[in-house]
Write a protein that binds this ligand. Structure first.
Ligand code: ZN
Length: 466
């Protein structure tokens, strides 16, 4: 019904997506109250709120933590929840990640699909409704700038502002998402100083600051050997043999009695560890083998190889859990040497019907047998709304009508803002079958599709707010 109006805004939609991409906005915590998540996040939030004003909306900046753009009158508040911060660019880009570029009908740049493109699409959908139809509710686009980190933006919003009674988050997939797995980040650690006397020492670990929710593609370790107690030549030979046997992408350089080992994998989002190859897991297994070859045992390395290894489905932990939301997955995202402790950080995606505590407790118990400590660094309860819920049915139908399809609601392992509010689900803007470009190099959004998403959002907004 608003399709022609939106079609006429296409160039503006494309331009504004580019404008947002051109403001690098990786969330970083600072002590400056004017920019609690850094200069880029402050800039992108200010810019978007100004754009909202220019398009005729009411706007509010909430202490630079987040902001909103609103129209309509009435008791009911419909929420659309998105974010303007992005993950770091990483490498492998063909064009500069923070300079939007258009080729073959696509916009390339960090944030184009996660989540700047969908935010602009939702904003112009609001404009289409505001300028053409009458609604009986307020519609509010809530914008956070710490989504890719700790969600402090949305926590702040919830403390200070009115909560929407219904809504959606344009930050995942169409047709719509009725279940998001539970998420937990857990660390397993061991005091490494008790191995001080061993002639092989892990002196340095570098994973290039990999985020816990990303399958690491790089891990470097420096090993120091004591030549009086270790046959250094034997160690080099063993390394060559074992790398060949394991078939890992690992190389090493030797500097006198130091060995610099580099493991390479394939980066992917932690919700889809099957798409990646974990450079850290490869490294830990290799280290375990080296110690074992010389007759030594490091508990945490031994535990790792026996109970995690190269698996990402929890099988070796006796946690091969599966329900309608999918299988349990885990990603080994961190490996560090911190104040005498060796620490391994894992990010778990837990099927909706299994309590998070049950999984983390089970891992703790297993690690205790190896004399290891564990702690849970963070968790997000799952989201689950029955498939026959009115909101799920409504959004799914709108999607199907606009795309001539018959798609069913889906479950995902990713965590979106939808779970921050009751009665809220994730809705687009990835289409079924689209390559998942979230957090990837050469992230892009297809222009025709983001305009189609805008039409779908406009209808959804009208139906929720009319
Ligand atoms: Zn996102």
């Amino acid at each position: 019904m608003l399709d022609e109006y939106i079609e006429a805004q296409k160039n503006e939609i494309v331009q504004e997506i580019c404008n947002l991409v051109n403001i690098p906005s990786v969330s970083e915590e600072t002590k400056d109250p004017q920019m609690p998540f850094g200069e880029g996040c402050k800039k992108v939030l200010d810019y978007t709120l100004k754009l909202g004003e220019r398009l005729g909306f009411r706007t509010k900046n909430i202490d630079n933590y987040c902001g909103y753009i609103e129209f309509g009158e009435g008791e009911k508040l419909v929420g659309i929840i998105g974010h303007l911060d992005v993950v770091p660019s990483g490498d492998g880009w063909k064009t500069p990640p923070f300079e939007a570029s258009i080729r073959d009908g696509k916009i390339y740049g960090r944030g184009t699909i996660d989540d700047k493109g969908p935010v602009i699409s939702a904003l112009y959908a609001m404009k289409a409704v505001k300028d053409n139809l009458k609604v009986n509710s307020r519609v509010r686009l809530i914008l956070g700038v710490n989504e890719e980190k700790d969600w402090k933006c949305i926590k702040h919003y919830k403390e200070k502002e009115e909560l929407p009674s219904i809504g959606f988050s344009p930050d995942a997939d169409f047709p719509c998402i009725y279940a998001e797995k539970g998420i937990a980040t857990m660390y397993i650690k061991e005091d490494y100083s008790k191995y001080e006397d061993l002639p092989i020492k892990i002196a340095q670990i570098d994973c290039k600051n990999n985020a816990i929710n990303v399958v690491p593609k790089y891990c470097k370790v420096v090993l120091k050997l004591d030549p009086d107690r270790i046959d250094v030549g034997d160690c080099f030979n063993y390394l060559s043999d074992i790398i060949r046997e394991l078939d890992f992408d690992i190389s090493y350089d030797t500097y006198d009695t130091d060995i610099h080992i580099t493991s390479r994998g394939i980066q992917a989002h932690a919700a889809h560890p099957n798409l990646g190859k974990n450079a850290v897991s490869q490294m830990i297994i290799l280290l375990n083998r080296i110690y074992k070859h010389f007759g030594y045992n490091i508990n945490i390395l031994d535990f790792f190889e026996k109970h995690i290894g190269m698996e990402y489905n929890g099988k070796l932990l006796d946690l091969a859990i599966e329900d309608e939301s999918g299988i349990l997955t885990l990603n080994v995202g961190h490996f560090k040497y911190d104040e005498d402790f060796l620490q391994i950080g894992i990010n778990l995606r837990i099927p909706v019907n299994t309590p998070i505590l049950e999984v983390t407790d089970s891992i703790s118990k297993k690690s205790e047998k190896y004399d290891l400590e564990t702690y849970v660094a963070g968790k997000q309860e799952p989201l689950y709304i029955p498939k026959d819920n009115e909101l799920v049915k409504l959004l799914c139908n709108i999607y199907n009508k606009n795309t001539n399809s018959n798609a069913k609601p889906i479950a995902i392992g990713g965590g979106t803002y939808a779970r921050a509010f009751d009665n809220c689900i994730s809705f687009g803007a990835n289409f079924p079958g689209d390559q998942d470009m979230c957090h990837q190099a050469n992230e892009f959004v297809d222009i025709e599709k983001i305009v189609l998403a805008c039409k779908i959002y406009a209808e959804a907004i009208y139906e929720l707010a009319k």
